[in-house]
Design a protein around this ligand. Structure first.
Ligand code: HEC
Ligand code: HEC
Length: 317
């Protein structure tokens, strides 16, 4: 019996030692690097693309890269991510050649936005969402906008300290968070005459509503969103502007705990303007998607009414 305990103790010690070595390895190695592909693509910058890119960047990139100080996409500290992933600063994505992305080629940008691998091989973890499934045309439009004369992207040399990923982030980057493969086929625009398909595209691939509205950022499936845990059932804890945590809400069609009984009018009001009847306005980080047309908002609702119902009551905190 004594022997048995001794062996168990040795085994436990050996395991602890292995874990300590593993932890040391993860902290020193940090986030692994990858070899990016060099894509020889030149994006034709046209006015319709710039307009579309502005709309998309206004609903996506702006939320994290816009600085209230410079009024440009020079980056900011993303305090709302909380501390579990580290001290996260978004970067300067203006046309500045040194501090921004002025020297990146169109191919560098396309490859990075699809896969998460920068031209220097550095991988950016999911605190920057990637766009693996957005249509080619939408992606090129975002890039056309980044190259445009819009004041948000004017070259500006503001520089923030680099992100300091936490141990958790580094560890997840060894095992769970990996770059996406670059798509092997062209990705077409959705068929806008099929309201459900159009809504699914906007909700999952363009604006990625499921990312905040499922169980947890850590268990989301960013390549096949429907496989995310607690898909659209809410409860993912977010930090508000005052630093207090509160959950995202259940958007499945469950009648009692989700939005099964919501009308189109109620939905448009909430999504485009952050307003709900008889309840406080929606708080940051749920930003009003005011650029959406009513048809787009209705298409999102048409799609959401088709996702599996999950009975999950999320408390209003
Ligand atoms: C949820 C927040 C978030 C959103 C939304 C977001 N980003 Fe980022 N982005 C980040 C963070 C954080 C980093 C830096 C991470 C790091 O330093 O590891 C980053 C880095 C980048 C970089 C790398 C810059 C460099 O110099 O290495 C580019 C380019 C970029 N983002 C472009 C975009 C574009 C274009 C969009 C919109 C389609 C976008 N981002 C949307 C958070 C975000
Ligand atoms: C950055 C995270 C985030 C993203 C992205 C996001 N939401 Fe939200 N959403 C939230 C949070 C957090 C709340 C709760 C806000 C509150 O309690 O004040 C919320 C609330 C809502 C509500 C109110 C539901 C209710 O029961 O009152 C609706 C509707 C909604 N979001 C729809 C959407 C749609 C549609 C999208 C995509 C176009 C989206 N959200 C994208 C975080 C997000």
């Amino acid at each position: 019996m004594k022997k048995f305990f001794r062996y168990t103790l040795y085994a436990a010690l050996a395991l602890a030692a292995l874990m300590a070595i593993g932890a040391g390895f993860v902290s020193v190695r940090g986030i692994p690097k990858y070899t990016p592909q060099k894509l020889a693509v030149t994006v034709e910058v046209t006015q319709p693309r710039i307009d579309r890119g502005l709309k998309l960047a206004g609903m996506l990139c702006r939320n994290c890269h816009f600085s209230q100080t410079t009024n440009k996409l020079t980056g900011r500290n993303l305090a709302e991510v909380g501390t579990q992933f580290g001290v996260v600063n978004s970067l300067n994505i203006t046309k500045d050649p040194e501090k921004g992305i002025g020297k990146w080629t169109d191919g560098d940008l396309i490859y990075f936005l699809r896969t998460g691998v920068r031209p220097d091989g550095q991988y950016v973890p999911p605190y920057m969402p990637k766009l693996p499934n957005i249509s080619d045309e939408d992606l090129l439009s975002i890039i056309a906008f980044l190259r445009s004369d819009h004041p948000w992207v004017d070259a500006n040399p503001t520089e923030l300290p680099p992100t300091q990923p936490s141990f958790l982030t580094k560890m997840l980057c060894q095992f769970a968070f990996k770059p996406f493969n670059y798509p092997t086929k062209p990705i077409a625009n959705p068929d806008t005459t099929n309201t459900m398909e159009w809504g699914r595209y906007i909700t999952l691939y363009q604006l990625e509503c499921y990312a905040c509205h499922s169980k947890d950022f850590k268990t989301n499936n960013y390549l096949e969103p429907e496989k995310s845990e607690g898909f659209f059932a809410g409860g993912n804890m977010m930090l508000g502007l005052d630093g207090k945590a509160f959950p995202s809400r259940n958007l499945t069609p469950d009648e009692t705990t989700g939005i099964g009984n919501w009308t189109e009018e109620q939905f448009i009001k909430a999504v485009k303007f952050g307003l709900r009847d008889g309840k406080p306005a929606l708080r940051y980080p749920m930003l009003p998607y005011s650029q959406l047309t009513d048809s787009e908002a209705k298409a999102i609702l048409t799609y959401l009414k088709t996702v599996p119902k999950i009975n999950h009551a999320v408390p209003e905190i």
